[in-house]
Design a protein around this ligand. Structure first.
Ligand SMILES: CC(C)(COP(=O)(O)OP(=O)(O)OC[C@H]1O[C@@H](n2cnc3c(N)ncnc32)[C@H](O)[C@@H]1OP(=O)(O)O)[C@@H](O)C(=O)NCCC(=O)NCCS
Length: 199
């Protein structure tokens, strides 16, 4: 698969992309300036950065090389350097509750659905529509797999991501971590869902 839209190309990642994608993930989830981190957290991250990156790289490398059914790692590249990923996301199958949170009395039965994780855009390439294009490509991919719903988690305090998902039509499906939110003020985790329309 190769989709060219605007100036970015979206394609499936291969083993040569794992290093760049690991850099983006480590930078985005552990060192991004968007996140509110204190001095100690920043020192800890800087100190352990190579280790964090190495762990991410090992995990990603095994997922990419395993080629499991209904798994995909999509990356975006810019024409100036088609071999260097500037953003990525992964899709896998994951158990999610059959009923949304407001119908909790109907039980907590789970079912496997396509699930997006590790969406990250390199800080230098943000606010140019890259994440939007990656999500559109992910939606096409799961439709090709024969599914019509897509899920993902987002943290309550991740406003950029929440804005993006809201704009792309993802809606709150269920929420987790309410107890730690009330006891310690840690952000809740929202499970979002989008029902994909047939083309
Ligand atoms: C969240 C993230 C993926 C967005 O990537 P992006 O390529 O900058 O997003 P896009 O340019 O496609 O933005 C599309 C829309 O999302 C919303 N949005 C994106 N970033 C935003 C920000 N920083 N503040 C407010 N809204 C934002 C806007 O509505 C935007 O449309 P607009 O630019 O026309 O206003 C990126 O900021 C990122 O990698 N963050 C760190 C990792 C992360 O939090 N991943 C999500 C985990 S759930």
């Amino acid at each position: 698969m190769q989709r060219q839209s605007s100036s970015f190309t979206i394609r499936h990642a291969n083993s040569r992309d794992v290093g760049h994608v690991s850099d983006i993930l480590t930078e985005s989830f552990y060192r991004s300036s968007d996140r509110k981190v204190n001095f100690l957290q920043r020192c800890f991250t800087d100190w352990f950065y190579p280790l964090l990156r190495y762990g991410i790289m090992l995990d990603l490398s095994s997922r990419v090389s395993e080629k499991a059914p209904c798994y995909a790692c999509l990356i975006a590249t810019h024409p100036a350097n088609k071999s260097q990923a500037i953003a990525s996301l992964e899709i896998c199958m994951r158990y999610v509750p059959i009923k949304p949170h407001h119908k909790f009395w109907l039980g907590h039965e789970m079912q496997q659905h396509p699930y997006i994780f590790n969406l990250a855009v390199h800080p230098q390439w943000r606010r140019r529509g890259v994440a939007k294009q990656l999500l559109q490509a992910a939606e096409k991919t799961v439709q090709q797999w024969g599914f019509s719903r897509l899920h993902m988690h987002v943290l309550e305090d991740n406003q950029p991501a929440r804005n993006l998902y809201e704009r792309m039509g993802y809606r709150l499906y269920s929420q987790e971590g309410s107890l730690t939110y009330w006891l310690m003020g840690s952000p809740r985790r929202f499970l979002l869902q989008k029902k994909l329309e047939e083309n």
